[in-house]
Design a protein. Structure first.
Length: 212
């Protein structure tokens, strides 16, 4: 809706066709790994462990030079994710006392609207993935933990559309765009993110408040 005029313009594009070689063995290995991961998930294997094993298997290859594969790995992004999880886990273990966790009742987070708003604000301060991890100790003590988790999942996801900082995915896209010569500014993102987030958050929260 916002960019309809831009997308309505007629633009002539010259497609760049890259004729690459298909490594049938690698394709077969990827299919087998994907099937194995699906089986592992349904069998109850921890998601992180199954994903790490699957990724390690895919990296093992003699058909393609390892350097070509490693060049596709975004090292800074991996370090950023690792750092986020380490910082949040450290804060959870050192700063969150049982009394602080019990005090969640005083914040009124049993209220769907308040929990949704709190999650949205926190998601745009520390990004949505760390926000969910930070809220994790408080949810089991709420009156309806199942609904609370749904609220946190909904709000943290939709709040990621509010600002560039709201989601790590936004930062990834912005960095990839900058590398390709396209700058995504905070203001341009916020111009669309503000109304989009408010409308979808209100709809999602109302649905969980009155329809759950």
């Amino acid at each position: 809706i916002v960019y309809r005029a831009e997308f309505a313009r007629t633009v002539q594009l010259t497609p760049e066709v890259s004729r690459g070689r298909m490594h049938k063995g690698q394709v077969l290995k990827a299919v087998v790994v994907c099937i194995g991961l699906a089986i592992a998930f349904f069998a109850g294997v921890p998601v992180a462990k199954a994903a790490l094993i699957g990724g390690a298997i895919l990296l093992l290859t003699r058909a393609i030079k390892p350097e070509r594969i490693y060049r596709e790995i975004d090292g800074p992004l991996l370090f950023m994710f690792a750092g986020l999880f380490v910082v949040v886990a450290g804060a959870e273990k050192t700063l969150l006392s049982p009394d602080m966790i019990a005090s969640a009742k005083n914040l009124g987070l049993d209220d769907v609207w308040r929990l949704s708003g709190f999650t949205a604000v926190l998601s745009n301060i520390m990004s949505n993935v760390p926000a969910v991890l930070a809220l994790r100790p408080f949810i089991p003590g709420l009156e309806n933990p199942e609904r609370a988790w749904l609220v946190v999942a909904m709000s943290s996801t939709l709040a990621g559309n509010f600002t560039l900082l709201g989601s790590v995915a936004n930062l990834i896209v912005a960095e990839q765009g900058r590398a390709a010569g396209t700058t995504l500014s905070f203001g341009a993102f916020f111009k669309v993110g503000l109304p989009l987030t408010l409308i979808t958050l209100a709809a999602g929260t109302a649905w969980l408040a009155f329809g759950f």
